[in-house]
Design a binder for this molecule. Structure first.
Ligand code: HEC
Length: 687
């Protein structure tokens, strides 16, 4: 049974009133009009251009015939759910410079609804209450220290008159927490810190004191230590417990982060909190002394399933570390845990202690190690779905390795990735990265009782997308090759598919209006894969809504324009005459530190953002104005004058030119590697 409880009371049948469909976040629709027998007739009913060129990860909320969704830059759209007609749009005007704080694109995962209000968290750390009918601001509070690298990309949840919101930023170095604000006026009610603060400050609450005992005194306090609550929450109204998933460490290398050891609570943990006070009822740490970016911020599903023949109230999670966990959600007791994807970092979970048994290759604090799952995880933020009828959990999984490369000379750099990895060395080694499978992403149907795979479909690209399952026995998921599909929930057989205008990463939802069932999903590639996934299409994000009576036309696939090299002669000469190799190497290191996350490996960007090798003559002329002067700040290209000087910016430009000059050779090497290892369709190779 799904817990169909919304903050407004019991939700009407056929709505999608809460982020995960219901408070237990099952992402299961009880609607049955669209079924395996007629899904082949599913057609587009309407589409709506989100005006977004970046990643779209939102789950729409549908209630009273209105759809509330978000696009990149935390922009909220209220649409007539039957026609797609826009009712209002709220743009929080996030400053372009905030993009530098986001590890993984300027995405947003959606809003929360409560009575006359809509709540959204903005990339720059605000929590905003909007009038549900007009989109006007009722109140707005700043939830973070905006001088630090905090972002909000997760959807708020409303629980008992409070709106709960966390934040992200652990890659760049911040201290994690989750806060509850009064729905009425935005007053802070409680805040729970997930890791201890600097020792000279008093502990904010007793759980911080408990956590502090698991850190060494000379921990890397300046990195904030991480543990950010950037996505996952679920609520059990009967037990009155709010479940919160916490993120990875800052920095990743535990030998540097907390010399001498310790479990480093509450990194990578599931916390059960009393939503009235924020006090902790229990915790379960999935990855003690987290060292691989193994967040436990993946979606948690509350359900009743059997354990040893007895029905139990459980919490299920497939966090990045590759184990599928079933916990008793009243007590936090671990009931079972088995690998749902390939892994080499641990052999198993010891059920008596609840701890993973790490393997010899897991520790990369001294030597580079190739670890599975990768830092992208066996499963990332893309929501999974539990179907009580089939008893299966449908998980967007990944199976790949990542080379963790320690940086013995780590120093904290504000607004840069502070993970403790040696990225310049990794960059040189990239061709050696061994992804073991042809395609690293799958849709996996997991039996949580038997802890076994029932079926698995392999995806054609490296992108993963969120999942919906329905009572009629269908599973819906988008794909990275710009396709949206329906599968048979029992065996994974493809029953329907449609070509979309651009790739999908967002999760679908279902709702019904006047006896017509709709399936909705957003297109728009991005997130952590922003700079790495090739697509031949303009990243023109749309909301797509399908029904059996649909008659609309799919928005067109727009081919990306052909690109040409426009390299300044003076810089070409400098690269060719060989005198500038030190400057190019300095540029490479600065590029990797400050530009790679958005502009791609080796200055090549097959994804949605500019590939700097093909910059226009005008851009080359304006290079310093763009990189240091903030000329394109409003478009998300912030100034780097706080971290780089004129010489650094010039060296980066020289490095980019050197890359462009060897691009054909280098790019084909990268692509050969990609085709061999991850099966990017060759038609997508844009060079
Ligand atoms: C947080 C993401 C992000 C980071 C990090 C970033 N950029 Fe950008 N950059 C962008 C975006 C978005 C654009 C496109 C802006 C536009 O639409 O005009 C852009 C555009 C540019 C352009 C213009 C390209 C063209 O062809 O028009 C240059 C040059 C540039 N970036 C250089 C850099 C350099 C150098 C660095 C590192 C110091 C860097 N960027 C880091 C997001 C980023």
């Amino acid at each position: 049974m799904s817990i169909l409880f919304s903050s407004t009371g019991w939700a009407a049948e056929g709505e999608w009133p809460l982020h995960g469909g219901d408070a237990g976040e099952q992402r299961y629709s009880p609607l049955e009009q669209i079924n395996p027998g007629n899904v082949a007739d599913l057609k587009l009913a309407w589409s709506y251009p989100l005006g977004s060129k970046r990643g779209v990860e939102a789950t729409p909320i549908v209630a009273d015939g209105v759809m509330y969704t978000t696009s990149s830059w935390s922009i909220v759209h209220a649409l007539d759910a039957r026609t797609g007609k826009p009712l209002w749009i709220y743009d929080p005007k996030v400053p372009g410079a905030a993009a530098r704080k986001a590890c993984c694109d300027v995405v947003n995962r959606g809003v929360a609804l409560w009575r006359d209000r809509v709540f959204v968290g903005t990339l720059d750390g605000r929590l905003v209450a909007l009038n549900r009918r007009t989109g006007e601001v009722i109140w707005s509070v700043v939830t973070v220290d905006q001088t630090q690298a905090y972002t909000i990309t997760g959807a708020p949840r409303v629980v008992k008159g409070k709106v709960v919101i966390g934040n992200g930023g652990a890659e760049l170095g911040v201290r994690g927490y989750v806060s509850a604000y009064s729905v009425t006026d935005g007053e802070l009610v409680w805040r729970f810190y997930t890791v201890p603060g600097k020792p000279e400050h008093a502990d904010e609450h007793s759980e911080v004191t408990l956590a502090r005992k698991t850190w060494s005194e000379d921990s890397l306090w300046e990195t904030g230590l991480g543990g950010t609550v950037w996505d996952s929450m679920a609520y059990d109204p009967q037990l009155n417990l709010l479940y919160v998933g916490t993120g990875n460490a800052a920095n990743y290398n535990r030998a540097q982060r907390s010399p001498g050891g310790g479990d480093n609570l509450f990194l990578a943990s599931i916390l059960a909190l009393n939503p009235d006070t924020g006090t902790m009822a229990w915790y379960y740490q999935t990855t003690p002394a987290e060292s691989w970016d193994y967040t436990a911020t993946q979606q948690m599903i509350l359900a009743e399933i059997e354990h040893r023949g007895v029905p139990r109230k459980v919490l299920m999670q497939a966090p990045k570390n590759g184990f599928f966990y079933v916990l008793d959600r009243e007590t936090g007791e671990l009931l079972s845990a088995e690998p749902y994807t390939e892994m080499n970092w641990a052999s198993h979970i010891d059920l008596s202690s609840g701890r993973p048994v790490e393997s010899a290759v897991a520790d990369w604090s001294e030597l580079p190690r190739s670890i599975m799952p990768s830092m992208a995880g066996g499963h990332n933020w893309q929501p999974m779905s539990y179907n009580p009828k089939t008893g299966l959990v449908y998980i967007p999984t990944r199976s790949e390795a990542y080379l963790f490369y320690p940086d013995p000379d780590f120093v904290f750099r504000p607004l840069a990735f502070n993970t403790g990895e040696n990225f310049p060395a990794l960059d040189e080694k990239i061709a050696d990265l061994s992804l073991r499978q042809c395609s690293p992403t799958q849709l996996s149907a997991w039996d949580p009782v038997a802890q076994q795979m029932r079926w698995q479909e392999t995806m054609p690209t490296t992108l993963s997308a969120g999942v919906l399952s329905t009572a009629a026995g269908l599973v819906f998921q988008g794909r990275g090759d710009a396709t949206f599909l329906a599968y048979d929930a029992n065996n994974g057989k493809t029953l329907w598919q449609v070509a979309t205008n651009t790739p999908i990463v967002a999760p679908p939802v279902s709702f019904s209006i006047e006896d017509e069932q709709f399936i909705a999903v957003s297109t728009g590639m991005g997130g952590g894969s922003l700079a790495f996934n090739p697509s031949p299409y303009e990243n023109d994000g749309h909301m797509l809504v399908f029904s059996l009576q649909g008659k609309a036309t799919m928005p067109p696939r727009i081919a990306r324009p052909a690109r040409t090299l426009n390299l300044p002669d003076a810089l070409v000469d400098r690269v060719e005459n060989g005198s500038s190799s030190a400057a190019i190497e300095a540029g490479r290191i600065s590029y990797i530190r400050y530009c790679l996350v958005c502009h791609g490996v080796g200055a090549s960007n097959p994804g949605a953002l500019p590939d700097l090798r093909y910059a226009s003559k005008k851009t080359h002329d304006e290079w310093l104005a763009v990189v240091l002067g903030g000329l394109r700040q409003d478009q998300g290209m912030a100034s780097f004058s706080d971290s780089l000087n004129v010489e650094d910016a010039g060296n980066i430009q020289l490095y980019v030119v050197s890359r462009a000059m060897r691009s054909r050779l280098w790019y084909s090497k990268l692509m050969r590697w990609a085709i061999d290892k991850v099966c990017i369709p060759s038609s997508w190779i844009v060079d």
